[in-house]
Design a protein around this ligand. Sequence first.
Ligand code: OSB
Ligand code: MG
Length: 373
Amino acid sequence: MFVQIHTVILRYLQMELKSPFTTSFGTMKTRPVLLVEVVDEDGVCGWGEGVAFSAPWYTEETIETTWHMLETFLIPLLFQAPVYHPDELRDRFSIVRRNYMAKAALEGAVWDAFAKRHGVSLSSALGGEKKEVKVGVSIGIQPITNILKRIEQALAEGYQRIKIKIKPEWDVNVVREIRHHFPDVPLMVDANSAYSLRDIDRLKALDDYELLMIEQPLAVDDIVDHAKLQAKLKTPICLDESICSYEDAKRAIELKSCRVINIKIGRVGGLTEAKRIHDLCQQHHIPVWCGGMLEGGVGRAHSIALATLPHFSLPGDTAASANYWERDFIDPEVTVDNGRIFVRQQIGIGYTVNLTEVERRIVRSKIYKKSRG
Ligand code: OSB
Ligand code: MG
């Protein structure tokens, strides 16, 4: 059995976040979403989501570069030949350097179509086993009283760990205050690369607060300095932005640049690569968890399916739809029950895309068709 895609539809949606999200880099109030729909010869559909933002602060990609890469290179490559297994796309797309979020968006849609053709859930197609996944929340930079309120609310909803964003001078003081109110809460921090080794004293001061991990403290491309820092910290370092491939993970593990890895489908170029990194980390006893990119429902569904793989042992960032949106564009919306998401067993991603909700937010869309012959 194979999937021959003959139509791809790209849709650019503008979503409004319920509350602004601030990281060490800046604030987001809206979230553009690139929805990718693929249709095969028998009319089977698959859905993927591009997770690049409108500006290149997290990685070099933006929603516009993603669109360009898909239109000019990746969709034509997909049309070129049938896909017997989505794992083949990693090689087929490798003639395009990097542009991982663009690749992941299209590959994810093919994975969904592939699972649907085989009559299985995306989770089983990937080899996932778990029937529920554990999740936490990521809380942006905001006045400390708001952070404390958000934590209280998240714990009441059962979320299994709290992550806060930090930046220089908004770190030890905030963590100390949180620990004062919540001495035992599973807590971690994410710096999105805001520090350098010159800040080592600030980072070492965080060692006193029983943090689960410090996510991406240093430069995106510097696993050498991360290794130096990890050697001086008790707290595990978790790499996010630095790990864009299996090779990156291999090098970081070898250099001891981190003790935990956050896997995001978009950042590593798709589900196939995410699974390879998962397997590598399993071999090396490096715990992994599934990161988030403030996704819409389709991206959220893909993350849930990935997190059912056995070595995803730590709670991920895939919170409920209602944590981000007044109304997500999938049915049902993603809900969290006592810090767990129950994995839907329907075929493919297990959620349906609500085209009425999609239409309300469309900025533009375009249909691409495979030429005959
Ligand atoms: O660094 O993990 C990150 C959001 C946008 C970009 C990068 C990151 C994040 C988050 C939130 O931390 C994750 C989520 O809730 O989806
Ligand atoms: Mg991060």
